[in-house]
Write a protein that binds this ligand. Structure first.
Ligand code: GDP
Length: 527
C-alpha cells in the first residue's frame, strides 16, 4: 500500500537546454519555489563562485559549463520531485543521453531570443525516441525576443510535436506585462525582480477587456488578444495521453531570472507529469510498485569528494523500496553491495538515506564494484536495457611522460572509462591505448582529471581513426575470423567488446560488403 502511494507521488524529470538558455537559473527557481532552498541566487552564486551543485569538477569551473549531471530532490505539494540536471554542452551529450534514460519526463528550456537551438534539437531527438513527455518553458521574455507565434511554430516544425500553449505572453522586453493563463482564463501581471518567492502575491486580472486594463497595457494587450484568438482556433486541445506519448508539449512563457512563470511549471510537473512507469528488463517488464527493489546505474561520478576518493554510482530505482542496510546484488557480477552509506540528494546536500522508492535516485559510494548500466536487485536476475553507448567520433592516443606512472594511467583510464567520461580501447595488436569520445572537450576533461586525480601527466595525440563500429556475429567463429583478418584495425572497449576502426566511412562500407555475416553497430546498449 505505501509503495503504491509513494510511487504515485514521485515525479522524476530532467531539465534540458542549449547552453545559456537559463537552465541553471530555472533550476534554482524551481528549488526556491518548492521551498528546498531559501535564498534566491544560491545555485547561481555557487555557479559564479565556481561551486555550483552540479559543478564538481575543476574544469567546469574554468569553463563555466556544467560537465557532470547532478540530482536534486525536493518536496512540493504532496509530491516528491527528483530533478536531474544535464550538461548543456554538446561534447558531454553522452552523459545527458544516459540521464534521459533515468527520467520519466523532461523540462525543456528555450531562449525566446534564439528559439530552438542545435543542442536542444539533439536532446529532444533522444526524448522523442523514448517517447518522454516534455514540458516547454520559453525563457527570457523580459528581453526583446522573437514573436511568440513564430517561436511555437518553430518548436512544432523542428521538434515535430504539437505545442499547446498553457500561457501566452503579453508584450516582451521593456513592455513585457505578464502572461495570459489559458487554462484559468486570467492574466498574471509581470513584476520584475528576483527576490520574490512562491508565497508572494501575484496580481491577477480577470477581465482583460476592462477599459482601464486596455489602457494600462495598450498595444501589447491588443496584439496578445489577437494571437490568443488565433491559437484557440488553431491549436488542438490538450490531451493527456498525447502528452504522455511525447506528441504534445504544454508551453509556458516566462522569465526565470525574474521568478516569473516558474510556479506554473512546478504545478504542471505535479499535475501532469507522469509518476514512475514500468521499465523493460531483458527478462521481463518490471512494475515500479513491485515490493522488491530493483535499480539501474545510469551514471558514475568519481572523486566527487577529492578528500575521499570515492566513486558514486547514481542509481535510478525502478521498483520497490530501498531501506538503508538492505542487501543488494550486482546482477552482472553476483557481488553484494553495502547499502549503509547510500546517499540521497535532498535539496542539494548529500545526506545518508534511510528509505527511497521507485523513481528516486540514490547514490551508492563504491570502489569499482558498480559500472554503468549495472542492474541491482534483491536477488532476481534482471538486466535493464536501454542505456546507450555511442560509437566515438574522435580518437586520440594516450602516452605518458613518465613510464613509472603507467600503473596510475591504467587505473585512471579504467575508472574514467567506467564512468563513461571517455571510452578506452585496447588494440588487438600493440599496446598504445586509444581514447574515443563524441566531443573534443571530453579529452580535456580526461587529461585534466588524470593530472589532478591520478597524478599522471598524459600526452594526447591524434589517432588515425575517425570511426568505430562495434562488431557482432551470430557465429562466434565467423567473428573470430573477421578479427584475425582485420587485426590491425580491431580494438576492445571497457567490457571487451570488439570494435572495428576506420579512417573513412568508405572503409566501413567495404568491410560490410566483404563480410556479410558481420554486423556493424553505431550504438551499443550494455547488457
Ligand atoms: P544555462 O547555461 O542554461 O544554465 O543558463 P543560465 O541559467 O546560466 O543563464 C544564462 C544567462 O542568462 C545568465 O546570464 C542568466 O542571468 C541569464 N538569464 C536567465 N534567465 C533569464 C531571464 O529570464 N531573463 C534574462 N534577461 N536573462 C536571463
Amino acid at each position: 500500500m505505501t509503495i503504491d502511494h509513494e510511487v504515485k507521488r514521485r515525479r522524476t524529470f530532467a531539465i534540458i537546454s542549449h547552453p545559456d538558455a537559463g537552465k541553471t537559473t530555472l533550476t534554482e527557481k524551481l528549488l526556491l519555489f518548492a521551498g528546498a532552498i531559501h535564498i534566491a541566487g544560491s545555485v547561481k552564486a555557487r555557479k559564479a563562485s565556481r561551486h555550483a551543485t552540479s559543478d564538481w569538477m575543476e574544469i567546469e569551473k574554468q569553463r563555466g559549463i556544467s560537465v557532470a549531471s547532478s540530482v536534486m530532490q525536493m518536496e512540493y505539494r504532496d509530491c516528491v520531485i527528483n530533478l536531474l540536471d544535464t550538461p548543456g554542452h554538446q561534447d558531454f551529450s553522452e552523459d545527458t543521453y544516459r540521464v534521459l534514460t533515468a527520467v520519466d519526463a523532461a523540462l525543456m528550456v528555450i531562449d525566446a531570443a534564439n528559439g530552438v537551438e542545435a543542442q536542444t534539437l539533439r536532446l529532444l531527438q533522444v526524448c522523442r525516441a523514448r517517447n518522454t513527455p516534455i514540458i516547454t518553458f520559453v525563457n527570457k521574455m523580459d528581453r526583446e525576443v522573437r514573436e511568440p507565434l513564430d517561436l511555437i511554430d518553430e518548436i512544432e516544425r523542428t521538434l515535430g510535436m504539437d505545442t499547446i500553449p498553457f500561457t501566452w505572453p503579453i508584450g516582451m522586453g521593456k513592455s513585457f506585462h505578464g502572461v495570459y493563463d489559458l487554462q484559468h482564463k486570467h492574466m498574471r501581471v509581470f513584476r520584475p525582480g528576483a527576490d520574490r518567492s512562491g508565497q508572494d502575491e501575484v496580481e491577477i486580472i480577470k477581465d482583460l477587456n476592462h477599459p482601464s486594463v486596455l489602457q494600462r497595457f495598450g498595444m501589447s494587450l491588443t496584439q496578445a488578444q489577437q494571437e490568443i484568438e488565433l491559437i484557440l482556433d488553431a491549436a488542438p486541445q490538450f490531451d493527456q495521453d498525447a502528452f504522455l506519448a511525447g506528441h504534445q508539449t504544454p508551453v509556458f512563457f516566462g522569465s526565470a531570472i525574474n521568478n516569473f512563470g516558474v510556479q506554473e511549471v512546478l504545478d504542471t510537473l505535479v499535475e501532469l507529469a507522469p509518476s514512475p512507469s514500468a521499465r523493460c528488463a531483458l527478462q521481463r517488464e518490471v512494475l515500479p510498485t513491485e515490493a522488491k527493489f530493483s535499480g539501474v546505474v545510469f551514471k558514475i561520478q568519481a572523486n566527487m569528494n577529492p578528500a575521499h576518493r570515492d566513486r558514486i554510482a547514481f542509481v535510478r530505482i525502478c521498483s520497490g523500496e530501498f531501506k538503508r542496510g538492505i542487501n543488494l546484488k550486482v546482477v552482472r557480477s553476483g557481488k553484494e553491495v553495502r547499502t549503509n552509506t547510500v546517499v540521497s540528494f535532498l535539496s542539494q546536500r548529500r545526506e545518508l538515506l534511510e528509505t527511497a522508492y521507485a523513481g528516486d535516485i540514490i547514490g551508492i559510494p563504491n570502489h569499482g564494484t558498480l559500472q554503468l548500466a549495472d542492474t541491482l536487485t534483491a536477488g532476481e536476475a534482471l538486466q535493464f536495457t536501454g542505456l546507450p553507448f555511442f560509437a566515438p567520433e574522435i580518437f586520440q592516443t594516450v602516452e605518458i611522460a613518465d613510464p613509472l606512472r603507467s600503473k596510475q594511467l591504467k587505473l585512471g583510464l579504467t575508472q574514467l572509462g567506467e564512468e563513461g567520461a571517455i571510452q578506452v580501447f585496447r588494440p588487438h595488436i600493440g599496446s598504445i591505448l586509444l581514447l574515443g569520445a563524441v566531443g573534443i572537450l571530453q579529452f580535456e576533461v580526461v587529461t585534466h582529471r588524470l593530472k589532478y586525480e591520478y597524478g599522471v601527466e598524459a600526452r594526447i595525440a591524434p589517432a588515425k581513426y575517425q570511426l568505430a563500429r562495434w562488431v557482432t556475429a551470430d557465429n562466434p567463429r565467423e567473428l573470430q575470423r573477421f578479427i584475425e583478418a582485420n587485426a590491425h584495425r580491431i580494438a576492445y572497449d571497457a567490457v571487451d567488446a570488439p570494435t572495428f576502426l576506420a579512417s573513412f566511412a568508405a572503409e566501413i562500407s567495404v568491410a560490410e560488403e566483404n563480410w556479410p555475416a558481420i554486423r556493424f553497430h553505431k550504438m551499443r546498449e550494455h547488457a
